[in-house]
Design a protein around this ligand. Structure first.
Ligand SMILES: NC(=O)c1ccc[n+]([C@@H]2O[C@H](COP(=O)([O-])OP(=O)(O)OC[C@H]3O[C@@H](n4cnc5c(N)ncnc54)[C@H](OP(=O)(O)O)[C@@H]3O)[C@@H](O)[C@H]2O)c1
Length: 267
């Protein structure tokens, strides 16, 4: 299987590095194409991947094509390479806000498409990617998408109508969780903790809580109960946190991000 990346920016690099690291694909089977010559040379030097001179050359020499340019560059690029797309191709778009209908219209009705919403954490192998299949995709494409994206984090298949909520929760989520982390760490600094210690404690605690939930499979409420003994320190803190206004603000945060995602997708 030959894998091509149209656009070799931050996300493309994160995915191709994970593919090579996890031996899902060798560097010799990966091609990139980018408008920036220095970027092409840099990735070739650091990963040993091949470089295609043009986007059409890349498509012709690939079986799987990742669309990894910014959304505003995608329409023109996809229209340009569409004539080179054949039934063997699986086209995987990671462009935020580009719907399957929009992609299908540009790529051609017969093209096998996968739409993905990854997040920033693919860069450290802890990404969360949600995907959905286009009308022409076959069941094997589901397995392929899960395998390719699974090497840089967790993967879930969702219905396309849920993409805006996913964009709000896991796409924008790294920023929201980090905001909470900073607020909690700052409050600990106000209690006298040195800032560097507060940051490490907050980061590792967020990571630890998430891993604990993922690895034990327990309900979040159960974790909270396990930490909060009656009348203890956690219970005292939770009493403040559990005010309805806090939950309302968090709900508004997700709603606003999802609404903006809808606006960006549908104009
Ligand atoms: N970053 C995130 O956290 C994140 C999360 C979810 C989804 N995404 C999606 O991932 C995609 C890539 O994002 P990114 O952060 O990796 O962007 P990026 O770093 O800007 O990478 C895109 C690369 O593609 C190049 N490019 C533009 N037009 C091209 C063309 N016609 N042919 C070949 N290369 C072209 C760009 O060159 P120039 O710089 O010269 O334009 C740039 O080097 C976006 O669609 C974004 O919506 C990103």
């Amino acid at each position: 299987m030959r894998i091509g990346f149209l656009g070799a920016g931050k996300m493309a690099e994160a995915i191709l590095a994970a593919l090579i690291r996890s031996r899902v694909a060798s560097a010799a089977r990966i091609r990139i194409c980018d408008v920036v010559p220095a970027r092409r040379a840099d990735l070739r030097r650091r990963y040993g991947v091949r470089v295609a001179d043009t986007a059409t050359d890349l498509v012709r020499a690939s079986d799987v094509v990742f669309l990894a340019v910014k959304p505003q560059d995608l329409d023109q690029l996809l229209t340009h390479v569409a004539p080179a797309l054949a039934p063997r191709h699986v086209v995987i778009s990671i462009a935020a806000g580009k719907t399957l209908a929009q992609l299908q219209k540009l790529a051609g009705r017969q093209v096998r498409l996968v739409r993905v919403m990854p997040n920033l954490a693919v860069m450290v192998g802890e990404g969360m990617s949600a995907f959905c299949l286009g009308r022409r995709a076959v069941p094997a494409d589901r397995k392929l998408a899960a395998r390719l994206l699974g090497c840089c984090g967790r993967v879930v298949e969702i219905r396309e109508k849920h993409f805006d909520a996913v964009t709000a929760l896991s796409g924008s989520g790294p920023a929201f969780f980090t905001y909470l982390l900073v607020a909690l760490a700052d409050a600990a600094v106000a209690e006298g903790l040195p800032a560097a210690d507060a940051r490490l404690l907050a980061e590792q605690t967020m990571l630890g809580a998430a891993r604990y939930l993922l690895e034990t499979g327990i309900e979040p409420e159960e974790l909270i109960r396990a930490v909060a003994s009656p009348k203890g320190t956690t219970a005292a803190g939770l009493k403040e946190l559990e005010r309805p206004a806090v939950r309302r603000t968090l709900a508004r945060t997700i709603r606003a991000a999802a609404r903006r995602s809808r606006e960006l997708s549908h104009g």
